[in-house]
Ligand binder design. Structure first.
Ligand code: FE
Length: 302
């Protein structure tokens, strides 16, 4: 796919996103798109294996994780790695769990992931879809700032006979951001009915289990099945929930590997993340990459 035709596909996704406030692109569609944005075949293969390097999660026993923060700046058309900060989500942001309001420190994403051209293409892809889209605004985020702060999570959910892996233990929730993107990397020994994602009307009650939610308030259902299947949603316009990961064979753990992109405007004073929202570059894991400017001006009109 040429860059021009990739950009026109990105703009189609963007139009769908503006219209319905969420979009799902299957892996078969993502591969040529990301290739046109610079992803190499070798890096697609490396991306499938990167989750083998994850570490224990700070608060969830069935999860392995890493995170890293990135700034995407429309003015300079550059993305860069940000210095690490503790991570926190609050009840006020529609995230109700035992570790709401708790400062969490994740093991950091390393060069194997951040220098992966497919990962960088995913960051650019989300930016091109969401930048300048008019959305329901969250309190105490600074919408006058041009730049986006993206907290990337690489997560592996693990189910064993003694421990059920829950991609969203918190039940119905939001991620406290403006735009959420979730990309499937792979699974092992996972049943076909595992890990369905439900989109709920904002009227749904936080914390309800995925199967307790009011069917009349379900606005969408998707399932990530293939490498690079990707969901994008306006995080303050839909809540979401995810069903658990189940094993096919009890003798082996079931694994599900994902990339999650939490993208929002910088926080203002009074926001739970205000003190943990530095835009200083990372000193020991530097990264900087271009954001192609090949977006036709007309496509930016909502
Ligand atoms: Fe979520």
């Amino acid at each position: 796919m040429k860059l021009e035709s990739a950009m026109s596909t990105v703009m189609d996704v963007r139009s769908a996103y503006i219209r319905t406030r969420w979009a799902f692109v299957d892996g078969a569609g993502m591969v040529p798109l990301l290739s046109s944005l610079g992803a190499t075949d070798e890096d697609f293969e490396r991306l499938k294996l990167v989750s083998d390097q994850l570490e224990s999660d700070p608060t969830l026993p069935f999860r392995r994780s890493r995170n890293g923060r990135f700034c995407l700046d429309p003015k300079t058309r550059r993305g860069y790695r940000l210095e690490p900060q503790p991570f926190v989500l609050s009840r006020e942001e529609d995230f109700v769990r035992h570790d709401s309001e708790t400062l969490r420190r994740f093991v950091e994403v390393q060069d194997d992931l951040q220098h992966n051209t497919a990962l960088q293409a995913l960051l650019v892809f989300q930016f091109l879809v969401v930048n300048d889209v008019d959305i329901a605004r969250r309190p105490r985020l600074d919408y006058d700032r041009a730049e986006w702060i993206c907290t990337l999570f690489n997560l592996r959910t693990v189910t064993t006979p003694g421990l059920l892996g829950e991609p969203a233990l918190e039940g119905v929730h939001s991620d406290g951001v403006d735009h959420t993107m979730t990309t499937f990397l792979g699974s092992r020994n996972m049943t076909g009915d595992s890990a369905a994602t439900f989109l709920h009307d904002m009227a749904e009650v936080n914390g309800n289990r995925w199967n307790e939610a009011d069917p009349a308030l379900v606005r969408g259902r998707v399932q990530h099945r293939d490498f690079l299947d990707t969901l994008l949603l306006v995080d303050h316009e839909y809540k979401h929930s995810v069903s658990p990961v189940h094993q096919i064979d009890d003798a082996e753990p079931a694994l599900r590997d994902m990339l999650i992109f939490f993208t929002r405007k910088p926080a203002e004073q009074g926001h739970v993340s205000f003190r943990y929202d530095s835009v200083a570059p990372h000193r020991t894991l530097p990264l900087s990459f271009d954001i192609p400017a090949a977006v036709p001006a007309i496509a930016l009109v909502n």
